[in-house]
Design a protein around this ligand. Structure first.
Ligand code: GAR
Length: 199
């Protein structure tokens, strides 16, 4: 399965995916490109260092549709079959979602549907929840909303800060993302409405 990864920043989830592919943990798959909407994204160097082609598609005051059209073209040109959002901080247009039906996945640092949007870990921490976590889900046109593939709960300790909670969640994000991608790469799952079933 040809995987394209979209990032906007640090790229630690992207690195986890690339390393899982390169170590054979994700069989029959290849990362064909890492695309960033930010030229300054730290993840770009990390991808290059691992021998993965990188492309920057900056927004340049274009509409969401125009920007997405260029990203879709870069992905399609390389035969991308699965798009992984890994800290990609822009909402996708309807055109983007339609170009890869049920073939876009995202990781979000909360137990959705709680705390969608930016700084989910801080939102959860400020709310005072005792348990948060992370979610891997298919992407639809609404923010952090598509059918859920896997979730992992993480306890919030009294001694946690928003930063330590983020770090604790991130440790689980990498493993959870790979587990979800193993399900997708095996291709023996089905999506029924909002539910994803697999063995
Ligand atoms: C991760 O915590 C990811 O879950 C989050 O951004 C961070 C990116 O880190 N994504 C979102 O909040 C998407 N709504 P990374 O660049 O090191 O993977």
């Amino acid at each position: 399965m040809k995987i394209g990864i979209l990032i906007s920043g640090r790229g630690s989830n992207m690195v986890a995916i690339v390393e899982a592919v390169q170590s054979g943990q994700l069989p029959n798959s290849e990362v064909v490109v890492v695309i960033s909407d930010k030229k300054s994204a730290e993840g770009l160097e990390k991808a290059k260092a691992r021998g993965v082609e990188t492309v920057v598609v900056a927004r340049k005051q274009r509409s969401r549709e125009e920007h997405d059209a260029e990203i879709i073209a870069e992905l399609k040109r390389r035969g991308t079959e699965l798009v992984c959002l890994a800290g990609y901080m822009r909402l996708l247009s309807g055109d983007f979602v339609a170009a890869f039906p049920n073939k876009i996945v995202n990781i979000h640092p909360s137990l959705l549907p709680a705390f969608p949007g930016l700084e989910a870990q801080r939102q959860a921490f400020d709310y005072g929840v005792k348990i948060s976590g992370c979610t891997v889900h298919f992407v639809d046109e609404d923010l952090d909303h598509g059918a859920i593939i896997l979730q992992k709960a993480v306890e919030v300790a009294d001694t946690d800060t928003a930063e330590t909670l983020s770090a604790k969640i991130l440790e689980h994000e990498h493993a959870l993302y790979i587990e979800a991608l193993r399900i997708i790469v095996r291709k023996n799952y089905k999506i029924v409405g909002r539910k994803v079933f697999y063995d």
